[in-house]
Design a protein around this ligand. Structure first.
Ligand code: C2O
Ligand code: CU
Length: 569
């Protein structure tokens, strides 16, 4: 008798142990607020799998997922991004409207042990954005390692609404991704993982109060789209698109309420859990209903694309509904904002872009790459020059057999049509990523305002990191001016020519003040050439430097300095 009680006790304890292992509490990233933000990229370890070897990760400020940056619209923010990784890094502020040189695309490299200090005025609407690595051909690797974090923008319109806004309580960020682990618990760099991670947590669960709860959902995956829904098929409300509130909450209902989110996209939803204290529900991906040409709806028997999660339904997050908070939001607002989108008639031109599979292109391209405008990415090629303040329609015609989340930097756009038809209501808002489905033509409209810089490009690309790394990317500059943004105010007296240059760069101050020192600085602030100027010399030979963008900094005989950007061909 006694013995069997002990055995029974042992069984209960081991069952508890298994249950305890079944779910981990969702990690809610720390927040950073104010106007100065310090981010340090580090090689780190984390106990992601419950027991045994830790996983080698890379992260911002020690944790994956990195800190959530809280910005207020119109603030001028200063970022100090220190790279303590063994690799070069870039950090892109996805969705932010800012000067190209602050954008953190492939050009703004941060070598190991250096700090990059971009600054800009926040002009985006209240919504959920994010930051992530964007190094040429390295995005998949660095995102897989865990580098990334949320940006939450607040503004006066959103703040005035009765919306859940207590971070980590009724306003919950969810960065959804999937990973593969090898038998030593290390990340494997693959497009589709077998294990879902939310904010860096495997098998996550979270306690939410029995009231209206807001989820800020980001598809942070390398490739997968998630067809989101709840295990009890409850309805929910979409309140934002990528770049702002929609005019009024959009009810997603019916027998199977679903919302398809693709890599890079964000959506904020409201879920009404009022009166459901003591119950639980799963946020799930219903990918079994996705066609094979949507990322995550495809099935591969083996090889790098094989995944247990392909074309199947699976849990993302367990939600345990508990007691409501005081001051709980219990109703859904009827209106949110009044958006004014550019009218098609206001566009000065339509740019026709193509997405295709390289299989049809002879010679140079590998058999499996996906391409934009029939070419692979070339960091020295600028595809478009967009005049400052132009309103443009971008028409993307895909002949690809697969769907691609197309993303553009600098602007938020409005989708005019999908295959000629008005997009669904939940896409009628500010967007910066649009899933261009296989064989589809998507038209969007955007205005390219505020930041002209003929030397520093913005990117457009497929947000599937693998496709981006393989070359599914292009670049554009805004503005026709020959001088860069850094030139505008500070350096009216300085002339440099020719620009671009292949070797000799001439310089001159218009008032002929003698120059005593010339220095070449990279776009991340590293000095790569310095010369003491004597005998009235007015040139510097930059031919030893690699192709790219640089700043020339001159010091005159009174110690005053002048900076201008130039391009070395
Ligand atoms: Cu989120 Cu160019 O990317
Ligand atoms: Cu793609």
């Amino acid at each position: 008798m006694k013995k069997s009680i002990i055995i029974l006790g042992f069984i209960i304890i081991s069952t508890f142990k298994i249950n305890a292992q079944a779910y981990n509490t969702l990690w809610i990233p720390d927040t950073l607020a104010g106007t100065t933000f310090n981010l340090t990229a580090l090689d780190t370890f984390k106990q992601i799998i419950n027991t045994g070897t830790q996983t080698i990760t890379a992260s911002f400020n020690k944790n994956i997922w990195g800190p959530t940056l809280i910005f207020n619209k119109w603030d001028v923010v200063h970022m100090n991004v220190t790279n303590k990784l063994a690799d070069t890094l870039t950090v892109h502020w996805h969705g932010m409207h800012l000067p190209a040189i602050m954008d953190g695309g492939p050009h703004q490299t941060i070598p190991p042990n250096t700090t990059w200090n971009p600054t800009w005025q926040v002009m985006n609407n209240a919504a959920t954005y994010w930051y992530h690595p964007h190094l040429d051909m390295m995005s998949q690797k660095q995102i897989t390692e865990g580098l990334g974090g949320f940006i939450i923008v607040r503004d006066s319109i959103e703040s005035a609404l009765a919306l859940p806004r207590t971070y980590g309580v009724d306003d919950i960020p969810l960065a959804i991704t999937d990973r593969d682990f090898n038998t030593s618990h290390q990340f494997v760099e693959v497009p589709y993982g077998d294990s879902i991670m939310v904010n860096g947590t495997l098998r996550a669960q979270f306690n939410i109060p029995a009231q209206v709860v807001r989820f800020r959902i980001l598809d942070a995956a390398i490739e997968t789209s998630y067809n989101l829904g709840f295990s009890d098929n409850r309805s929910f409300y979409v309140i934002t698109t990528d770049g702002g509130l929609v005019n009024a909450p959009i009810l997603i209902s019916g027998t199977t309420p679903r919302f398809l989110i693709s890599a890079g996209e964000r959506v904020e939803i409201l879920v009404n859990c009022t009166g459901q204290n003591g119950t639980s529900v799963f946020l799930k991906a219903y990918n079994a209903s996705l066609p094979g040409n949507i990322p995550g709806g495809d099935v591969f028997g083996g090889g790098p694309f094989a995944s247990y999660l392909g074309h199947t339904n699976y849990n993302i997050l367990k939600l345990n509904i508990g007691t409501p908070t005081s001051g709980a939001i219990t109703t859904i607002p009827s209106t949110l904002t009044t958006n004014t989108f550019p009218l098609a008639a206001s566009a000065s031109l339509t740019r026709a872009l193509t997405i295709s599979d390289s299989a049809g292109v002879s010679g140079i391209l590998g058999p499996n790459a996906f391409i934009i405008n029939h070419k692979l990415f070339d960091i020295n090629h600028i595809e478009y020059t967009v005049p400052l303040d132009n309103t443009e329609i971008w028409q993307i015609t895909s002949t690809s057999g697969f769907s691609h989340p197309f993303h553009i930097h600098d602007v938020e756009f409005y989708i005019l049509s999908r295959n000629g038809a008005t997009p669904p209501t939940y896409e009628q808002g500010w967007k910066d990523v649009v899933l261009v489905k296989a064989g589809e033509t998507v038209k969007f409209i955007a205005k390219f305002s505020d930041y002209a810089d003929a030397l520093h490009p913005f990117m457009y690309h497929c947000h599937i990191a693998l496709h981006e790394d393989e070359g599914m990317m292009g670049q554009f500059v805004v503005g026709n001016a020959v001088s860069g943004i850094m030139d505008i105010e500070r350096n009216k007296n300085l002339m440099i020519f020719p620009n671009p240059t292949t070797g000799i760069l001439n310089f001159k101050l218009t008032d002929n003040t003698p120059i005593i020192k010339a220095e070449v600085i990279t776009t991340h602030g590293q000095s790569v050439m310095e010369e003491i100027i004597s005998n009235g010399k007015t040139e510097i030979n930059v031919s030893p430097l690699a192709t790219g963008m640089y700043f020339l900094r001159l010091t005159d005989n009174k110690g005053q300095s002048y900076v201008k950007s130039y391009f070395k061909e």
